[in-house]
Design a protein around this ligand. Structure first.
Ligand SMILES: [Zn+2]
Length: 508
């Protein structure tokens, strides 16, 4: 880590007024279990206190000092929880914004040996021209970038409709293991039963689960899907299959919240392990390893298939946890990089140089992927590649549910994890609450419907539960709000690396 003096002087530059249109707040950890968050209006410092009871070690957070306006004063998870509230909010100022789970979700970053010297959370409006000038963005700590949907339906699931409540991304994995009837592990230290996974930051959302549970769980991960937009699509009748899952099951009104940074691979891995990025190891889409003097990239077409080499040995994926109790189980990971331990994985085909297995599933020459909206498909390059990827996701699931694929026979999977990318691509392109965004939800809903048909045909439908989640939210940016904190620091003489837009590593 850089010295405290250097870190403080860089943080001071970042919160000057001339960067306040792009820097929402900065965070750093000057010593173990102690954290500071600064903005141009005020600061808060807090510490993590570990309390051990007879059952387990629990962490909680205490504010040490506030100066000026505490940037993390509002952590209300119920804010901006409808499409009207979201529209009326416009480009949120810090004083109007909310930062649910801010202490927990920031602190865990510095549990990773490659944690940055400073984490910059960008403003909601910041458009990042250098990152592609997306109309929708995420990565920050605020509520609309961290809020993801949570819908659960089917066997063993209570029919509660849309429930006032919320959870965290890290709660998903333990909830699935509970739903599948897996038992908790007993702690060597205390002899008491505690957790569903060897490492676990989240808790099972027990309120949704009825006795009997489910024999099979099918998860649809809708990357970057802002839940306000998802529920608006349901209200407008655009997504009948998603509507049916809510109607026959339950959903959290206030969603589930992503850990920091609120980006794809860090939170996909959190969904699949029940642990925060600083604990499972896949810290960000890219970071800097000072020991190796090397940039680590996880989230890119050339590294997805090997990204799990950074996953710690002391965490379990859902695939591994399921097989620990049921070694004969089949588990499936479709178009999902966080796949360690899966019986079938698309990225395993890639690692083995066997991607030709997907060739027969591709749309025939000159034809659109099934269910793709033609106008958006032809108009937007990201929409078209994501439509092809999602067509392949759907098609692999259908084949595997039918019992065989690529010359392999499959018993019906205990876990089927199906990753869809189109929502993220379209919400980035047009902003979440845009015509292209609703187009993506319409297409995705049809693909979900087709997979649910295959599930119905398999005769395992009655014993199956279905979840819909996302890895992070998405917030509309303002193309007029540009700015570059890395350039400002460099101009002021700092030697700095800015990894993945916001992980700053300083050189003495
Ligand atoms: Zn994502």
């Amino acid at each position: 880590m850089a010295s405290e003096k250097l870190t403080r002087s860089a943080a001071q530059v970042l919160i000057e007024d001339n960067l306040s249109n792009v820097v929402d707040l900065v965070a750093f950890s000057p010593r173990e279990n102690f954290f500071e968050v600064h903005s141009n209006e005020g600061s808060v410092s807090f510490r993590r206190v570990l309390k051990s009871s007879s059952d387990e070690i629990k962490e909680h957070f205490e504010v040490v000092e506030e100066t000026g306006l505490n940037p993390l004063l509002n952590q209300d998870p119920t804010s901006f929880c409808s499409i009207e509230d979201q529209r009326n909010a416009g480009y949120l100022k810090r004083s109007e914004n909310s930062y649910p789970y801010a202490f927990e979700h920031l602190a865990q970053i510095w549990d990773h040996k490659c944690a940055p010297d400073i984490f910059v959370s960008h403003t909601p409006a910041h458009n990042f021209e250098s990152r592609g000038g997306h109309r929708g963005e995420h990565g920050s700590l605020d509520i609309l970038q961290t809020r993801a949907p949570f819908i659960i339906s089917g066997s063993g699931v209570a029919n509660l409709g849309v429930l006032e409540g919320h959870g965290r991304i890290v709660d998903v994995a333990p909830t699935i293991l509970n739903l599948l009837g897996h038992s908790k592990m007993s702690s060597v230290a205390t002899g008491k039963t505690e957790k569903y996974l060897i490492s676990q930051d989240g808790d099972s959302l027990d309120g949704f689960i009825e006795s009997g549970g489910a024999s099979h769980v099918v998860v649809f991960l809708l990357d970057g899907c802002n839940p306000n937009v998802l529920f608006e699509a349901i209200r407008r009748g655009l997504t009948p299959n998603l509507a049916g899952l809510v109607l026959n099951g339950s959903a959290f009104k206030h969603g589930i919240f992503a850990s920091m940074p609120s980006v794809t691979l860090a939170n996909h891995t959190s969904l699949l392990t029940g642990t925060h990025p600083g604990h499972h190891g896949v810290l960000h889409n890219a970071w800097w390893d000072k020991d190796l003097n090397e940039q680590i990239v996880t989230e890119s077409p050339s590294t997805w298939h090997v990204s799990m080499r950074w996953l710690n040995g002391n965490v379990e994926t859902l695939h591994e946890a399921i097989k620990r109790q049921n070694p004969d189980a089949t588990t499936v990971s479709i178009n999902e990089p966080a796949d360690r331990g899966a019986t079938y994985s698309t990225f395993d085909l890639w690692r083995r140089g066997a991607m030709s297995a997907l060739g027969d599933l591709l749309p025939k020459d000159g034809t659109l992927p099934e269910f793709a909206s033609e106008n958006w498909y032809r108009e937007n390059k990201d929409y078209s590649w994501a439509s092809i990827a999602d067509h392949l996701s759907m098609s692999q699931a259908i084949e595997i549910f039918s019992g065989s694929f690529d010359g392999r026979d499959f018993s019906f999977p205990e876990l089927s994890w199906i990753n869809f990318a189109l929502t993220d691509a379209a919400f980035h392109a047009g902003g979440p609450d845009s015509e292209i965004g609703y187009g993506a939800l319409i297409d995705t809903d049809k693909r979900i419907g087709r997979v649910l048909e295959a599930l119905y045909d398999s005769k395992e439908f009655e014993k199956s539960a279905v979840l819909v989640v996302a890895d992070h939210g998405m917030e509309e940016t303002n193309p007029e709000v540009q700015g570059d904190w890395e350039k400002e620091l460099t101009d002021r003489g700092f030697k700095v690396r800015d990894e993945s837009f916001g992980f700053l590593y300083l050189d003495e």
